[in-house]
Design a protein around this ligand. Structure first.
Ligand code: C2E
Ligand code: MG
Ligand code: MG
Length: 729
């Protein structure tokens, strides 16, 4: 029942009392209309809360400024009945407000909870206070005007707190609790500790279409949806066990019309003097609309609007889960990227709307193929992805791809016409943890391959390429750490002077000693180092180490002996590094050697890039006193003009020419020509890759200056040469 209270005597606030006086005086028949209107506005504005002056027949006469806070417009209200539909959330506000006004004519203040708001209901308490004419103290009291005050009940916590606190005092004043319970638009109930309803607020009519009296005595689970019944039972048990903290949960209750509505409920135990819970109090807010909005937002964020299929974001999420599962089970995942053939043309000729219909039909056809547990997503205008778990790798994915292609043999009926739409499919497989973007890229690459081979086909991403790429990636990572981890080694191959048969120098050749004991030769990591740019750091280390070794070998020589020279290979990247001169100089200085003890060699191809920078750098190195050589001569360039332009000292004949010496006549002719050319340019000639005595003899005959090769020695660790370099005393 609505709690009625006499309010006219509440005159604690002087301005409020003044407002009531002023409103009462308005019934004076001598007042002219203008004065009456002014006085009414002044009186209303003395009331802090949003308030309306209402005629005894329910017509709104005026509203105070505070009604603006409820987004009410005074001009819209004036002259209309208080229950005008535009004001309230419910259409039939008259059924609530007309009787309320009528009941106040007996001189008592009454209030009601009612929702305003056009879209979102906002509960408020409307409190109507009758205003008496001047003769109110006489025996014939008559109500001349009504003051309607609007108190919004927006703060859920606040109402909950009031209800909970009031409920605690219930034993003493149950009627007060009910009065408060009836102010709120939420469903407020009292229960036995086992859940049985003992009190149900009248809002149950609005929320569930039920009469409060019919609910009392029943159990909440009788109204619960089977999906959330367990949650409700647990919450009731939980609430009985807890202290005074409310238990909050979300669940569904059945409306009288058979539909279900979502509620957010908090249950608070009410304890007796000994602290034992003898009752439970629950407040439930209808969150059906809020949940629908939430669900719609979730659906929109993860689904394609046109087909309702998962979108790319959801697909990526599913792929991540599938990879994690594959990591556990070691079962490969198949990813099929399905692209419609000629969709764009069909779209252009048949029109956009038909295109849209086609896409939904395609989605339906694919959905019929997808197995439970697998995911079909639309990730582009005419691009779909099927994620298949447990497909037995590429073989299983192939079976699915064939089935899809077969399914598209059947034409689609679009606007009464038969239209053929084919598909091209790219398949990628993944085992264990993987990067979804990379797997999708692989599937796309394969799809393009399929398209190129003719439409209506599928192609599988080449796993060998993929594993090669992976291996490369991990080698690159390891190589990146190799310098810091001290995994690089220099081996040395002696260079022999063909006149004196003495060692005159060494070529420094880098090796990578992997932690697992393998010794990797430069051909297997220098190209990768070049591509990744790691060669610059490796090269710095090689120069530093070669200088250190030169210094160490020095102690084995007597002052009258020529120093041994160490030849270091320089890559194209290093030649382009502006820091090159600095680090060569500082490596020489730090080792305490002279610039004629270290020499640098470059291949012809290294010169082919930025020739200008290369020339400048070589000039600069030469100025420092460093000898420069051209490596692998004869296999790079067909033009030899650079030999003249560049500041070179040495030319090394590529071992492919040397290999033919003695066997092929032409080889000797070429080598002879190279030696003559080099000598004519004042260069020292070194032959690489001498393996036999015969080759050596031909080279000596052709007047070659020096040679290196397995005939003399394999590249070896520096200690192997310590003894050779020590002169016999
Ligand atoms: P390269 O500078 O032409 O070095 C000569 C290569 O021929 C060496 O291979 C050497 O072991 C091999 N060799 C020497 N004598 C013979 C022989 O009689 N017969 C045969 N079949 N081969 C012989 P390695 O050490 O595997 O080096 C290969 C290439 O790697 C080098 O060719 C050089 O271009 C590059 N390299 C080596 N160390 C470095 C370095 O520190 N920096 C740079 N940028 N490249 C390097
Ligand atoms: Mg070399
Ligand atoms: Mg060479």
């Amino acid at each position: 029942m609505i709690e009625a209270r006499e309010k006219n005597t509440r005159t604690i606030d002087p301005s409020r009392a003044d407002a009531f006086e002023r409103l009462a005086s308005l019934s004076d028949p001598d007042l002219d209309d203008l004065t009456r209107a002014l006085q009414m506005r002044v009186a209303l504005n003395q009331i802090d809360s949003p308030a309306l002056a209402v005629d005894i027949d329910g017509t709104v006469l005026d509203a105070n400024d505070a009604t603006g806070s409820l987004a009410l417009n005074r001009d819209d209200l004036r002259g209309r009945p208080l229950w005008a539909p535009s004001l309230w959330h419910i259409a039939d506000a008259d059924t609530v407000l007309a009787p309320l006004i009528e009941s106040c004519l007996d001189g008592r203040t009454r209030s009601r909870t009612i929702d305003i708001g056009e879209i979102e209901p906002r509960p408020l308490r409307i409190e109507i206070t009758p205003i008496f004419g001047p003769n109110r103290s006489g025996p014939h009291r008559s109500v001349t005007l009504l003051l309607a005050e609007l108190h919004p009940l927006t703060d859920r916590q606040e109402t909950d707190a009031i209800i909970a606190a009031t409920a605690q005092k219930l034993a003493a004043a149950e009627d007060i609790f009910r009065a408060v319970a009836e102010y709120t638009s939420d469903l407020v109930c009292l229960h036995e500790p086992d859940g049985t309803f003992t009190y149900v607020s009248p809002s149950v009519k609005r929320l569930l279409g039920l009469d409060a009296s019919s609910v009392v005595g029943s159990q909440p689970v009788d109204l619960a949806h089977s999906d959330t019944r367990k949650a409700l039972v647990h919450a009731l048990q939980d609430a009985s066990r807890r202290g005074s903290e409310p238990t909050r949960f979300r669940h569904r209750l059945r409306h009288r019309n058979g539909s279900y509505r979502w509620f957010e409920t908090s249950i608070t135990p009410i304890r007796d003097a000994d602290g034992a819970p003898h009752q439970l109090q629950s407040s439930s807010r209808d969150i059906t609309q809020q949940r629908e909005t939430e669900q719609n937002l979730i659906k929109k964020a993860f689904h394609d609007e046109l087909t309702g299929l998962p979108n790319k974001a959801l697909l990526i999420d599913r792929m991540t889960q599938a990879f994690a599962a594959s990591e556990r089970t070691q079962q490969p995942i198949g990813v099929l990227l399905i692209d419609l053939d000629g969709f764009k043309t069909a779209n252009d000729t048949l029109g956009h709307q038909t295109g849209v219909t086609a896409l939904t039909k395609v989605a339906e056809r694919l959905t019929a193929i997808v197995r439970p547990g697998d995911t079909l997503a639309r990730i582009g205008s005419d691009e779909f992805v099927m994620l298949c778990a447990g497909t037995d790798g590429a073989r299983g994915a192939t079976v699915v791809a064939r089935r899809i292609i077969d399914a598209f043999e059947q034409p689609f009926v679009l606007e009464g016409r038969e239209v053929h739409l084919g598909v091209s499919i790219g398949i990628a497989t993944a085992l264990g943890d993987n990067d979804s973007t990379r797997v999708l890229d692989n599937a796309e690459t394969a799809m393009f391959e399929a398209k190129q081979e003719g439409r209506g086909r599928f192609a599988i991403h080449n796993e060998a390429d993929q594993s090669l790429a992976l291996e490369r990636l991990s080698t690159e990572e390891a190589l990146r750490r190799a310098v810091g981890n001290n995994e690089l080694r220099l081996h040395y191959q002696p260079e022999i002077d063909l006149d004196s048969n003495c060692i005159v120098g060494f070529e420094a050749l880098v090796r990578w000693q992997r932690p697992d004991g393998r010794l990797i030769l430069p051909d297997d990591f220098i190209p990768l180092a070049e591509e990744s740019g790691l060669i610059v750091d490796i090269g710095k280390w090689v120069i530093r180490e070669a200088c250190r070794q030169a210094a160490q070998w020095r102690v084995h020589r007597t002052p009258d002996q020529e120093p041994v020279r160490i030849w270091v290979n320089l890559s194209a990247r290093q030649l382009g590094d502006p820091d090159l001169i600095n680090y060569v100089q500082s490596a020489i200085d730090d080792a305490g050697i002279t610039t004629d003890e270290i020499c640098l060699e470059i291949t012809e191809s290294a010169l082919m890039g930025d020739a200008e920078t290369a020339t400048e750098q070589l000039d600069e190195l030469r100025r420092l006193g460093i000898s420069l050589g051209i490596d692998d001569f004869g296999i790079g360039w067909s033009q030899f003009g650079y030999l003249q332009r560049l500041p070179l000292d040495v030319l090394k004949i590529d071992r492919s020419f040397v290999a033919g010496l003695g066997a092929e006549k032409s080889a000797a002719t070429i080598v002879a020509a190279i030696i003559d050319l080099a000598h004519a340019l004042g260069l020292v000639v070194i032959a690489e890759g001498v393996e036999t005595l015969q080759q050596l003899e031909v080279l000596a005959e052709l007047d070659c200056d020096q040679a290196l090769g397995f005939y003399f020695s394999q590249p070896q660790s520096p200690e192997a040469f310590d003894e050779v370099l020590t002169p016999l005393s």
